[in-house]
Design a protein around this ligand. Structure first.
Ligand code: NDP
Ligand code: MG
Length: 383
C-alpha cells in the first residue's frame, strides 16, 4: 500500500488525484486531506477516503460527529503540520500559491516524497526546495505533476544521462493566443477563464491567459532539471498533445505525448515508475491529424521576458515575480483591475525591489511579504 497525503484535495488537481486514487484502492491509500475554505467538499472526501488526518487551513469550524475519527488541524500552520506529521510515504502538494513552499519543506523534513503540482513553491524557493530534494540512493524524492514537467521528466528517463541541449516547453497559448495586444489589455474575467484545452483552478487559468503560467514553468523547469533559462525554449502548441520535449546533442528530440488530461501526470507521479489505468481517453493521433508549433509572442505576452529577467537576476527576483503575480491575479479575479494591469503590477514590483540572495526560508518569506505590500499599493492606485 502506498500511503499518500493530498494537500489541497478540494481543488482541480486534488479532486482528480482522489479520482485516480479511487481507481486503485488496492494500491493507494489516502492518509491525509486538506482544504482551505471548502468545508463541505472536504467533509465529503473525508467520509469517502477515511484518512487519519485532515485540515482546514482557513478558519476553524465545528466537525460533524461522524468525522471525529480523524485528527483535525485548523489555520495557517495546519498545512505544515499535516505534511510533517501525517503517516504517508508521499505528499501530493496541490494547494494553490506560495503557501505550498513550507509544506514541501515540512514533508521533506520527515523524509517523505513530494509529488509536486504546486509550481509557486519552486518559483519562490527553488533553491531551498532542490537543496532538500536530491535523489536518495538513486531514488527520486521529488516527482513533478505539472504536465510539461512530468513530460520532461519522462523524456529524461530515456536519456541515459546524456546532457540536455535544450528543453522545448510547450504552451497552449491560452484563450488570447490570436488576440491583438490592445484587446488583451481589456479582456474580461469570463474571457480569461475560458481556457481552450485545460480545465483547471481559477488562478492557474488566469495565469495561462496571461502566459504567466508559462513564465512560472520556465522557472520551475530551471530548478527541476538544472538547466539555464537560455536552454528553455517556449513553443506554442495549441493542440496540447505534445506536453514538452527534450533535444539532445546529436539533434535527436524525445517528446512525450498524450491527451490533455491531468490524471495522467498525477497518477504517474503517484505510482512512478509504474503506469496504471487513469480512466483517460486514448490519444488518437489520426483524429488529431495536425500538430502545430510556433514561437511565443513575447511582445504580446511580457510575462515570459519577466521570468527570464528574474531568473538571470537570481536571488529573490523569482519570488518577487510570483508574489506580485499572485496579488495581481487575486485582484483581477475580484474584478478590481484590468487584465493588462497584471503585467504592469509584476513589472512595477520587480523594478521597485532591490535584489538580495536567498540563504534561508525566512529570506523567501520576507521577500514575498514585501512584494505583496508593493503589489497591493499598486493595486490601490489602479482601482
Ligand atoms: P484550485 O484553485 O482548483 O485548488 C487549490 C486547492 O488549494 C484547493 O484545495 C484549495 O482549498 C486549496 N487552497 C487555496 N488557498 C489555500 C491556502 N491559502 N492555503 C492552503 N490551501 C489553499 O487549484 P488547482 O488545483 O488548479 O492548482 C493547484 C496547484 O497546482 C497550483 O499551484 C497550480 O499552479 C498547479 N497546477 C495545476 C494544474 C491544473 O490542471 N489545475 C496543472 C499544473 C499545475 P479550497 O477548495 O477549500 O479553497
Ligand atoms: Mg503546466
Amino acid at each position: 500500500m502506498h500511503k499518500i497525503a493530498v494537500l489541497g484535495s478540494t481543488g482541480s488537481i486534488g479532486t482528480q488525484a482522489l479520482e485516480v486514487a479511487s481507481l486503485h484502492r488496492d494500491e493507494i491509500r489516502i492518509t491525509a486531506l486538506t482544504a482551505h475554505g471548502n468545508t463541505e467538499k472536504l467533509f465529503e472526501q473525508v467520509r469517502a477516503f477515511r484518512p487519519a488526518m485532515a485540515a482546514l487551513t482557513g478558519k476553524e469550524v465545528e466537525i460533524p460527529e461522524d468525522l471525529r475519527f480523524c485528527q483535525w488541524y485548523f489555520g495557517s500552520g495546519a498545512l505544515e503540520k499535516v505534511a510533517l506529521q501525517c503517516d504517508a510515504e508521499s505528499v501530493l502538494v496541490s494547494v494553490m500559491g506560495m503557501v505550498g513552499l513550507s509544506a514541501v519543506l515540512a514533508a521533506r523534513k520527515t523524509g517523505k516524497k513530494v509529488l509536486l503540482a504546486n509550481k509557486e513553491a519552486l518559483v519562490a524557493g527553488g533553491k531551498l526546495v532542490m537543496d532538500v530534494c536530491r535523489d536518495e540512493n538513486g531514488e527520486k524524492v521529488l516527482l513533478p505533476v505539472d504536465s510539461e514537467h512530468s513530460a520532461i521528466f519522462q523524456c529524461l528517463e530515456g536519456a541515459q544521462g546524456n546532457p540536455v541541449q535544450e528543453i522545448l516547453l510547450t504552451a497552449s497559448g491560452g484563450p488570447f493566443r490570436t488576440w491583438k495586444k490592445q484587446d488583451i489589455e481589456y479582456a474580461t474575467l469570463a474571457q480569461a477563464l475560458g481556457h481552450p484545452t485545460w480545465n483547471m483552478g481559477r488562478k492557474i487559468t488566469v495565469d495561462s491567459a496571461s502566459m504567466f503560467n508559462k513564465a512560472l514553468e520556465i522557472i520551475e523547469a530551471k530548478w527541476l532539471f538544472d538547466v539555464p533559462e537560455s536552454k528553455i525554449h517556449v513553443l506554442v502548441h495549441p493542440q496540447s498533445i505534445v506536453h514538452s520535449a527534450v533535444r539532445f546533442r546529436d539533434g535527436g528530440v524525445i517528446a512525450q505525448l498524450g491527451v490533455p488530461d491531468m490524471r495522467l501526470p498525477i497518477l504517474y507521479a503517484m505510482t512512478y515508475p509504474r503506469r496504471l489505468e487513469t480512466g483517460a481517453r486514448e490519444l488518437d493521433l489520426a483524429s488529431v491529424a495536425t500538430l502545430t508549433f510556433a514561437e511565443a509572442d513575447t511582445e504580446k505576452f511580457p510575462s515570459i521576458a519577466l521570468a527570464r529577467q528574474a531568473l538571470r537576476a537570481e536571488g529573490i527576483m523569482c519570488c518577487v515575480l510570483n508574489a506580485a503575480n499572485e496579488e495581481a491575479v487575486g485582484a483581477f479575479l475580484e474584478e478590481k483591475i484590468r487584465f493588462g494591469d497584471i503585467y504592469r503590477i509584476v513589472d512595477g514590483v520587480m523594478q521597485k525591489t532591490e535584489n538580495r540572495q536567498i540563504m534561508c526560508l525566512e529570506d523567501v518569506l520576507c521577500a514575498d511579504r514585501a512584494a505583496r505590500v508593493l503589489a497591493r499599493d499598486m493595486i490601490r492606485t489602479l482601482i
